[in-house]
Design a protein around this ligand. Structure first.
Ligand SMILES: C[S@@+](CC[C@H](N)C(=O)[O-])C[C@H]1O[C@@H](n2cnc3c(N)ncnc32)[C@H](O)[C@@H]1O
Length: 221
């Protein structure tokens, strides 16, 4: 976990939802135009909804605030999906911080908090149809032990963490993707796109959420 002095600072984004500012990198966890708006567009609409399946195994790089897991749980509930959600995080957040996040309404607050309070490094049924496995690890050392249908690539930017965005790392992920699996990320840099293509994804540039011109989506063929 972050040392107390290194805990990120909460902030409000343009759509009224919270994000965090990381003291180590100076980066925010989400777009200042809107955290929920951004995550919903990139990971739910262009990622999860793109899949024709009803039982889906997701890998997320960077659990952070749990926002992508939360939006996936809501999407699964609305669309009748069974989701196996695996998320990697090197710097888990403190409960004092995650309890402040405003992503759920009063009726769902306990469910959102369960995403954070549940045990690490083992599978937990958050609901009968949403199974969460949070793994505390460094993605640069991560060795996948299963196949995925969908990858949410939500690391800090390649300028700050180039070691997360290498062809070798994307190749490892591609090797654990089912045919037609989808990977989405907010980053549309040429170097990242080329690394994803070299690793075996067919990559397209899609329109981004407000404040961001493009995002990337790769399909494993
Ligand atoms: C852009 S934030 C997004 C987090 C999350 N998806 C969210 O919506 O809040 C990037 C996340 O990657 C985590 N991270 C940074 N370096 C990492 C590493 N080497 N391995 C795993 N996670 C890492 C950070 O702690 C942070 O939670």
């Amino acid at each position: 976990m972050h040392a107390a002095s290194e805990q990120p600072t909460p902030l409000l984004t343009g759509d009224g939802s919270h994000s965090l500012c990381d003291s180590r990198t100076g980066e925010t966890y989400h777009s200042s135009f809107g955290a929920v708006q951004e995550s919903q567009h990139i990971f739910i609409e262009q990622g999860l909804r793109f899949l024709p399946k009803k039982e889906i195994t997701i890998l997320e790089v960077g659990f952070g605030t749990g926002l992508n897991a939360w939006l996936s749980l809501l999407e699964g509930r609305n669309s009748g999906l069974t989701i196996h959600y695996h998320s990697l995080e090197k710097y888990p957040l403190s409960p004092e911080l995650t309890n402040q996040l405003n992503y759920s309404g009063p009726t769902d607050r306990d469910l959102f908090r369960l995403l954070h309070s549940c045990a690490w490094n083992r599978e937990v049924a958050i609901t009968p149809d949403f199974h969460l496995t949070k793994t505390e690890c460094d993605f640069t050392q991560y060795k996948a032990d299963r196949m995925f249908d969908c990858i949410y690539f939500d690391a800090f930017s390649p300028d700050r963490q180039p070691e997360m965005w290498t062809e070798e790392r994307f190749r490892h992920l591609a090797g654990h993707c089912n045919n037609q699996a989808v990977i989405t990320t907010y980053c549309s840099k040429g170097d990242v796109r080329r690394a994803m293509i070299a690793a075996g994804f067919e990559v397209e540039k899609l329109q981004g959420p407000p404040g961001k011109r493009h995002i990337l989506r790769g399909i494993k063929k």
